[in-house]
Design a protein around this ligand. Structure first.
Ligand code: SAH
Length: 396
C-alpha cells in the first residue's frame, strides 16, 4: 500500500477540480514512510482517496498529482501510456508538415508534472524538474526512446527550479548516440542549429514557432529590430519574409555565434542582419538617442517574473522596454511584444503596454494576440500552463 498524504479539512477543493499541485499549507500529515518522489495516495481529511501524487518533501509544492484515479498504478506502464498520449496529440497537430522539432511533453499539461521534453530532429532533450519525474527517470527515458525511436536523449536537468525540489543539476547524454550535440532543425523551410549542450533551456524556443512565422509574413519591406534575439529566430524569419534589414540584439555572445551560423545556413543575404552584443535596455536608449526608426520591432525578453510575487519589478522592466520600443516605431510600424512570465497574465501585460504607450505619447492599437504554439498545450485544469503571451501593436 502507498503511504498517504492526508489533506487539511476543506483543502481538497482544488484537487476536486483536478489541479495537480498540493501546497505545503494544505498538508495535514503523512501516514507511513515516504521518500522523495515516492507515490502517495492523497486523501481528504475525512479519509476519501482522491488521487495519486509524487512526494516532494523539499518543495513548497509538496506533491504533484500523477493520476486522479486513486486506483491507478504508477509504474513503467503508466509512463509509457502518458508519453504515448503526448506523442499522439502531437501527431494530430501535424507539426511535422512544417518542422522536425516540437515539444513532445509539456509537464503538467500532458499529465506529467515536472517533465519537459523537446524533440530536435532525431534527438530528444529532456528535463526532469520535480521529485516525481526524478524518481521515475529510468522508466521515463525508456518510454521516450520507445515512443519516439530517437537516436539519442540528452538530459538538460539544469533549470533553476530543480533546486526548489532539492536537486542539483544533471546534464549529459542519457541514452543513445553521444555525438548528436548540434541538431539541424528545419522550421517552415528555415534552417536552425540547436546546441543541446550549451544552448539556453533545451536549446531552442519552440513555443515561438508560429509567432516567428507571423513576423515573417509581416516583415516585407520593413526595417526590423529583433530584441533578445537569442540564436536569431525572429531575425532570420523577418529577413526571409523580405525585411530590408535587421538589427538583432542579445547580451549572450554564445547565442549570437549560433545566430550567425544560422544565418549562414539559410539562402539569405549574409550582411542583411547586423548582430549586436549588448544589453537591450541600454541599446534601445542608444537607438532612441540616434533617432533610429523601425517598421517592425520584436521584444521577446527572458522571464522577468517566474511567479506572481515578482510581477511588480517585472512590470517596471516590461514597461521600460515597451516604452522605448514604441518610440522607435515609424508611422505604420508594428511592435510584436511578448512576455513568457507565468506571473504576468495577459490582462496585466496589456495594461503594462498601455501604460508604456501613454508615457511614450504614442497612440497605438492591438491588432493581434500571440500565445505559445499548440505543442505547448494548456490543460484546462492547470491555467499556470499558460505562460507565453504577446501583443501585436500598430502605431498608425
Ligand atoms: N526570441 C528568441 C528567444 C529569446 S530568449 C527566439 O525566438 O529564439 C531571451 C534572450 O534574451 C536570451 O538569448 C538571453 O541571452 C537574452 N537576454 C537576457 N537578458 C538580456 C538583456 N538584458 N539584454 C540583451 N539580451 C538579454
Amino acid at each position: 500500500m502507498n503511504p498517504a498524504l492526508v489533506l487539511k479539512a476543506g483543502r481538497e477543493k482544488s484537487l476536486r477540480r483536478h489541479h495537480p499541485w498540493i501546497f505545503s499549507g494544505a498538508v495535514e500529515r503523512i501516514e507511513g514512510e515516504a521518500a522523495s518522489g515516492d507515490t502517495l495516495t492523497v486523501r481528504s481529511a475525512d479519509g476519501k482517496p482522491l488521487a495519486l501524487a509524487a512526494w516532494s518533501p523539499k518543495s513548497q509544492i509538496r506533491a504533484r498529482v500523477w493520476s486522479f484515479d486513486p486506483g491507478a498504478k504508477i509504474d513503467a506502464a503508466f509512463f509509457r501510456t502518458r508519453i504515448a498520449e503526448a506523442a499522439a496529440l502531437r501527431r494530430t497537430l501535424e507539426i511535422d508538415r512544417h518542422s522536425n522539432a516540437l515539444r513532445l511533453v509539456h509537464g503538467e499539461s500532458d499529465g506529467l508534472p515536472g517533465l519537459v521534453v523537446d524533440r530536435y530532429g532525431d534527438v530528444l532533450v529532456a528535463q526532469f524538474l520535480s521529485a516525481g519525474a526524478e524518481r521515475w527517470r529510468e522508466e521515463i527515458l525508456d518510454a521516450l526512446r520507445e515512443a519516439s525511436a530517437c537516436e539519442a536523449i540528452y538530459e538538460r536537468s539544469d533549470a533553476e527550479v530543480r533546486a526548489l525540489e532539492g536537486f542539483g543539476p544533471r546534464t549529459g547524454f542519457a541514452r543513445g548516440n553521444q555525438n548528436a550535440r548540434r541538431c539541424a532543425v528545419i522550421e517552415y523551410g528555415m534552417n536552425f542549429r540547436v546546441d543541446v549542450e550549451r544552448g539556453q533551456k533545451t536549446g531552442f524556443f519552440l513555443d515561438q514557432r508560429e509567432n516567428r512565422q507571423r513576423v515573417r509574413e509581416l516583415a516585407a519591406g520593413r526595417e526590423v529590430l529583433d530584441c533578445f534575439c537569442y540564436t536569431g529566430g525572429f531575425a532570420i524569419a523577418a529577413l526571409s519574409g523580405g525585411a530590408h534589414g535587421v538589427i538583432a540584439v542579445d547580451s549572450s555572445g554564445a547565442a549570437l555565434e549560433v545566430a550567425r551560423e544560422n544565418l549562414a545556413a539559410n539562402a539569405l543575404e549574409p550582411d542583411a542582419i547586423e548582430f549586436v552584443e549588448a544589453d537591450v535596455f541600454a541599446h534601445l536608449r542608444a537607438l532612441r538617442d540616434r533617432r533610429a526608426q523601425f517598421g517592425l520591432v520584436v521584444l521577446d525578453p527572458p522571464k522577468f517574473a517566474p511567479t506572481a510575487a515578482q510581477a511588480r519589478n517585472a512590470a517596471r522592466a516590461y514597461k521600460d522596454i515597451n516604452l522605448l520600443a514604441l518610440k522607435l516605431l515609424a508611422p505604420g510600424g508594428l511592435l510584436a511584444t511578448f512576455s513568457c512570465s507565468g506571473g504576468v497574465p495577459m490582462d496585466l501585460f496589456q495594461s503594462i503596454v498601455a501604460g508604456a504607450a501613454l508615457d511614450a505619447g504614442v497612440q497605438a492599437k492591438i491588432i493581434e494576440r500571440f500565445a505559445a504554439a499548440a505543442d505547448h498545450p494548456v490543460a484546462l485544469d492547470f491555467p499556470e500552463g499558460e505562460y507565453l503571451k504577446g501583443l501585436l501593436v500598430l502605431r498608425p
